[in-house]
Design a protein around this ligand. Structure first.
Ligand SMILES: Cc1cc2nc3c(=O)[nH]c(=O)nc-3n(C[C@H](O)[C@H](O)[C@H](O)COP(=O)(O)O)c2cc1C
Length: 155
């Protein structure tokens, strides 16, 4: 008999970053976030992907209900971003992301995927669709995995 599964949820939110305007400092701040988030998410069995496009961030966080809520409460109180708004909160049948925390910033390696998703105007209007954030996060993960020769998972 299969063991009973935990109740899984995901939260998709977006926010406006309040990071340093100095590139080196901004990079160090993102590294700090990544280091802490990886450790904490691993401990809480959270899987997630953070997208950064210009001054905006959007993240999919998935895991057991109370762990996701605790994590989100911490994230939303963080002074390194503001105007944190949930786009979607719902139960999910299974996890879709493999890493405890992965950060993808728009750049030369993923320019086509960010361009296709075209999130920036939606962020600026304050009305990004959760499906658009989710699709881009999935596409970034699939691209990263395929570069590592992993094409057969999560189909
Ligand atoms: C955009 C953004 C995304 C973040 N994502 C996570 C995350 O997925 N998990 C996490 O534990 N902390 C994340 N953090 C960091 C938390 O806000 C917080 O600083 C960290 O969890 C440490 O919390 P504590 O000092 O209350 O222990 C994120 C911060 C920002 C600004």
């Amino acid at each position: 008999m299969r063991p009973k599964r935990v109740s899984l949820v995901h939260i998709i939110y977006f926010s406006r970053l309040a990071l340093s305007s100095d590139q080196a400092k901004r990079s160090a701040q993102i590294d700090d976030i990544t280091r802490v988030a990886q450790k904490k998410n691993e401990f809480s069995v959270i899987t997630s992907l953070l997208l950064i496009e210009g001054a905006f961030a959007a993240q999919v966080i998935e895991g057991e209900r109370s762990s996701v809520h605790e994590t989100f409460d911490r994230i939303s109180a963080d002074q390194r971003h503001r105007d944190v708004q949930i786009c979607e909160w719902r139960e999910i049948a299974k996890r879709e992301f493999v890493n405890s925390f992965k950060c993808a910033q728009r750049g030369s390696g993923n320019e086509n995927l960010f361009a296709k998703a075209n999130l920036l105007p939606m962020f600026q209007r304050g009305t990004p669709k959760s499906s658009a954030i989710h699709s881009l996060a999935m596409a970034i993960q699939a691209d990263a995995m395929s570069r590592q020769g992993i094409d057969h998972l999560f189909v």
